[in-house]
Design a protein around this ligand. Structure first.
Ligand SMILES: O=P(O)(O)OC[C@H]1O[C@H](O[C@H]2O[C@H](CO)[C@@H](O)[C@H](O)[C@H]2O)[C@H](O)[C@@H](O)[C@@H]1O
Length: 262
């Protein structure tokens, strides 16, 4: 029997210019304990390669990872044709020859906020130092508190300590929850902003977006009638289609690449 998503994939494959925007962690790559050790499933990497080679098709990774880390885990080389939106859309990368709009945050603000962020990250690290399984990932515009390896009560304690510190020192920062992670950032862009920018720059006539987590719902909710949102795994969603895991997503993306190439 054909998968339930077959007709949706065949329909969107007929659009003139397609943007395929993909979250990374939990979507192309299964989640793991060490964030820098994860990689896309080979089947997913191959599907991305085939889609990127298909006519009138732009592929982008849209991730909460800071850009530098996304390039490492995404095995993204300088000559790649895959577009990137990191830090939930606050950082962008484009292939050679495609112009990229300059960041509109004044340099003086960046410097000032980076100083505040560095001091806050140091204090947050000290605050969670003795809590088993809790650790801090410094990021381009803030940090993430990881609790994947912590007991439930330790995770809750770490989160409330960090919430209190951020509320006192940086109440205007955006707080986002994810799978065993809470992120805090002074840039407020979300994946909805990233999709709007990628759609405009690629002149897409339709968008496919796939993601597995709460922050991906910003992007999924922003999609229009002619787009295709895909939720990977469980959870409430605004997506039209659900797949079980990254492996089934790779199967869907391969089917899309085949339709797009024919
Ligand atoms: O937007 P995404 O690409 O899904 O990024 C979300 C966060 O991903 C990373 O954390 C998640 O994946 C880790 C590796 O599998 C896992 O250990 C962790 O529990 C997950 O929450 C990343 O480390 C965060 O910075 C991202 O924001």
């Amino acid at each position: 029997m054909a998968p339930a998503w077959t007709s949706a994939v065949e329909e969107i494959a007929r659009t003139e210019r397609l943007l395929v925007a993909l979250d990374f962690d939990g979507t192309l790559a299964p989640l793991g304990d060490d964030p820098m050790a994860v990689r896309a499933l080979p089947e997913a990497a191959e599907a991305v390669r085939r889609l990127a080679a298909a006519p009138d098709t732009t592929v982008a990774f849209v991730s909460g990872r800071q850009l530098a880390d996304l390039r490492v885990i995404g095995e993204h080389a300088d000559d790649s044709v895959v577009w990137l939106a990191g830090s939930h859309g606050a950082e962008h990368w484009r292939p050679a020859g495609i112009e990229i709009a300059a960041d509109d945050v004044p340099m003086a603000d960046v410097v000032e906020r980076a100083g505040i962020a560095d001091a806050l990250v140091a204090d947050v690290e000290r605050a969670v130092e003795g809590i088993d399984g809790a650790w801090v990932e410094p990021k381009a515009y803030g940090f993430a508190l990881h609790t994947r390896l912590a007991q439930e009560h330790d995770a809750a304690r770490a989160q409330s300590l960090v919430d209190a510190l951020v509320a006192e020192r940086a109440p205007e920062w955006r707080r986002r929850t994810g799978k065993n992670v809470v992120e805090y950032a002074w840039r407020h862009e979300g994946k909805d902003t990233a999709i709007a920018r990628l759609r405009a720059e690629s002149e897409a006539t339709a968008v496919v977006f796939a993601g597995d987590d709460v922050t991906d719902e910003d992007a999924l909710r922003s999609l229009g009638e002619g787009d295709l949102g895909i939720r990977v795994g469980e959870g409430e969603t605004a997506a039209k289609v659900r797949v079980a895991d990254p492996l089934e997503l790779a199967e869907l993306l391969t089917a899309l690449a085949v339709s797009r190439a024919s």
